[in-house]
Design a protein around this ligand. Structure first.
Ligand code: G1P
Length: 293
């Protein structure tokens, strides 16, 4: 599992954000608004994912969007009228700083049909090119310091190959995740011997579930070229990753961060509450209100 100390790996500079999904689990909230624009406290989900990517050293943000998703790209633009008005009124623009992409930092490609996560990632193949890349699913809000992807990039810089973020999931929940067949473990790293998408609990190889952060080698794109539908009739990233196992190093890492599944009503509410309780400006009020319930 440990490579020689002199080994260096191509840096992870690009990140793919699959944001074309319809967000049906959160209807009607997502009827006319992308689920990635739903706000936790004062930032949309996409901002949390982009902040995490930037902290991990990502230089190129690749959004895989679809119809009705242009507000995600607009969000990272300069809002000229807003900024001019704020400046004229003497208001600081600092609050907008992270919502502005640098020139050329953000590229968007279209996924014209909802054919699955693997297909969404494959739509970014020309922009990814011949480099390792990260994938972040913004509805998995990862709260951690350093951020989850930073921790994964640190692991990647030591061991290279492919790395998925993973955590133990409830036995009855395996059918909601990609599940790992685990090999040997060392610290927070586990060798991945197999991957299967959304197995029923009776056939799941473990309870180690993949959560929405990946570092992948570009060869996964060649495997996705086959466009083979898998679980749920969708082109699954898990199936392409499974084919890489044995040809390239593949590990799962448990990061020191709390995952909030904001694609789910309860997860979304809890994310808002927990993050509010960590904020100095909101915690006293929220704690008092909760104590009164
Ligand atoms: C996707 C992946 C699955 C992974 C999950 C993490 O599923 O296909 O392997 O475990 O994200 O959130 P989805 O939640 O999009 O159905």
């Amino acid at each position: 599992m440990s490579p020689s100390p002199s080994q260096t790996f191509k840096p992870v500079r690009k990140a793919v954000f699959p944001v074309a999904g319809l967000g049906t689990r959160l209807l009607p909230a997502t009827k006319t608004m992308p689920k990635e624009m739903l706000t936790v406290i004062d930032r949309p989900l996409i901002q949390y994912a982009v902040d995490e990517a930037r902290e991990a050293g990502i230089e190129q943000l690749i959004f895989v969007t679809g119809r009705g998703k242009s507000s995600l790209v607009d969000y990272f633009d300069v809002s000229f009228e807003l900024e001019a008005t704020m400046t004229a009124k003497g208001k600081s623009l600092e609050v907008l700083e992270l919502s502005r992409a640098d020139y050329g930092e953000l590229i968007s490609v279209r996924q014209q049909q909802p054919l699955g996560l693997g297909h969404a990632v494959w739509c970014a193949r020309h922009v990814v090119g011949d480099e390792p890349f990260a994938v972040l699913l913004p509805d998995d809000l990862m709260a951690g310091t350093p951020g989850a992807l930073r921790q994964m990039v640190d692991a990647y810089n030591r061991i290279g190959g492919n790395i998925v973020c993973a955590e133990e999931v409830a036995a009855e929940k395996t059918a909601s995740y990609g599940i790992v067949t685990p090999g040997t473990s060392e610290g927070n790293l586990t060798e991945v011997l197999g991957l299967v998408e959304k197995p029923r609990p009776e056939v799941a190889p473990s309870r180690l579930g993949v959560i929405g952060r990946y570092i992948l080698q570009p060869e996964v794109m060649d495997l996705l070229d086959a466009q083979e539908p898998g679980a749920g009739g969708e082109i699954q990233l898990t199936d392409a990753m499974a084919k890489l196992i044995g040809t390239q190093p593949f590990h799962a890492v448990k990061v020191d961060a709390v995952r909030h599944d904001c694609g789910d009503r309860a997860g979304y509410v809890l994310a808002t509450l927990k993050l509010a309780m960590e904020r100095e400006d909101l915690a006293p009020l929220v704690r008092e209100a909760l104590a009164g319930l």
